[in-house]
Design a binder for this molecule. Structure first.
Ligand code: NAD
Ligand code: ZN
Ligand code: ZN
Length: 346
């Protein structure tokens, strides 16, 4: 099969043997696999600092159809051969209280299992062997939408809802600032709009600001020296109750600290290398910070339902496997609108 592989000397397409399902696994024929900005960060790590064994098939946003069941996997509703599924990414122990509630993203005792594309062979391949207990039925959602929802959608939803809940105001009285309207950000904008929050979106690129406006942002703003003042003016001096930083650079975090309101929250989702100064007088009183990771299984199931009902829509750009490298380059340059999603079978 063909796969997109990160190796010690770079990345590119490779021919690999078809995977066989191990015990407890299912082989999925990939119908769509999303390209995440985190893959760029992963690829930029030096070989001796790499967190995962290389070579590694990338792709942690998986949609596909069940191809073959491995030893010990019984066919059950939604996971029969031919069924449309997505991968729930986070891997926990499966037994602690958090895992039992579906929040494997915050497992208290994570074991050796790793998500596809983030340690285990990923979805940017014609076939992928994945843990059967991490597949979620996804009928009624197109492959490209479904794939992008497993991370771009899920992470945006999780970070936003967790932050709004922490602030404790009714959603419609909450002002949300979304910094970075990319794959994750444009879904966050849609979900904040749906909740009825007051919504400001910031991106350095005009096309992303236009996307934010189409997704329902009340105001779209460009970063710059006058941005913090503009946010204060648009919020009657109060600032933003929720700042969702989907960039995580020093400039985006500086902005976050300048615009967050008393009792608000700065949620740092982006894995840029910036640092936020936390301390008395560094931030307004009562401000909290959060470092959300991915999302919970119930949140993913709910999101697939919203997408099936047409209430959330990821802007996707579909590419073949042979165009993945070019698509990553365009993602790095900020030229992908929404999510680039690979379709291994075209
Ligand atoms: P993306 O490249 O699609 O979007 C990033 C957006 O930020 C782009 O629109 C870009 O123009 C904009 N941007 C960059 N610098 C900016 C700045 N200084 N001010 C304003 N806008 C700026 O990326 P994505 O796939 O949506 O991922 C967003 C971030 O979230 C990445 O850092 C990614 O690694 C991270 N991520 C984190 C998790 C998690 O669990 N915490 C999960 C997925 C992705
Ligand atoms: Zn990701
Ligand atoms: Zn656990």
């Amino acid at each position: 099969m063909r796969a997109f592989v990160l190796d010690r000397d770079g990345w590119g397409l490779a021919d690999l043997p078809d995977p066989r399902p191990g015990a407890g696994q299912v082989v999925v024929r990939t119908t769509a696999a999303g390209l995440c900005h985190s893959d760029l960060t992963l690829a930029s790590r030096s070989v001796d600092q790499h967190p995962f064994a290389l070579p590694l098939v990338l792709g942690h946003e998986l949609a596909g159809t069940v191809e073959a069941l491995g030893p010990g996997v019984a066919e059950h509703a939604g996971i029969e051969v031919g069924a449309a599924v997505v991968g729930y990414g986070p891997r926990g122990c499966g037994r602690c209280g958090r895992c039992a509630s579906g929040a494997e993203n915050y497992c208290r005792t994570p074991g050796p299992r790793l998500p596809p594309g983030l340690g285990a062979p990923g979805a940017l391949a014609e076939l992928v062997a994945v843990d059967a207990d991490h597949l979620v039925p996804a009928p009624g959602v197109s492959p490209a939408q479904a794939a992008a929802l497993t991370d771009a959608g899920l992470t945006a939803r999780h970070a936003l809802e967790r932050a709004v809940m922490a602030v404790g105001l009714p959603a419609e009285e909450t002002t949300v600032v979304v910094i970075g309207v990319g794959g994750l950000g444009h879904v966050a904008v849609q979900l904040a709009r749906r909740a009825g929050s007051r919504l400001l979106a910031v991106d350095r690129l005009p096309a992303k600001r236009e996307l934010a406006a189409r997704c329902g942002a009340d105001h779209v703003l460009a970063p710059g020296p006058s941005l913090a003042r503009a946010v204060r003016e648009l919020t009657q001096g109060r600032g933003a109750d929720v700042v969702l930083d989907l960039v995580g650079s020093s400039s985006s975090l500086d902005l976050a600290s300048e615009v967050v309101a008393i009792g608000g929250i700065v949620s740092i989702v982006g894995v840029g290398s910036g640092r936020l100064a936390v301390g008395m007088h560094a931030l307004p009183l009562g401000v909290r910070t959060d470092l959300p990771y991915w999302g919970t299984r119930p949140e993913l199931v709910g999101l697939l339902g919203l997408a099936a009902a047409g209430e959330v829509r990821v802007e996707v750009e579909e590419v073949g496997l042979e165009a993945v490298e070019a698509a990553y380059a365009r993602l790095a340059a900020g030229e992908v609108l929404g999510r680039a999603v690979a379709r291994p079978r075209g």
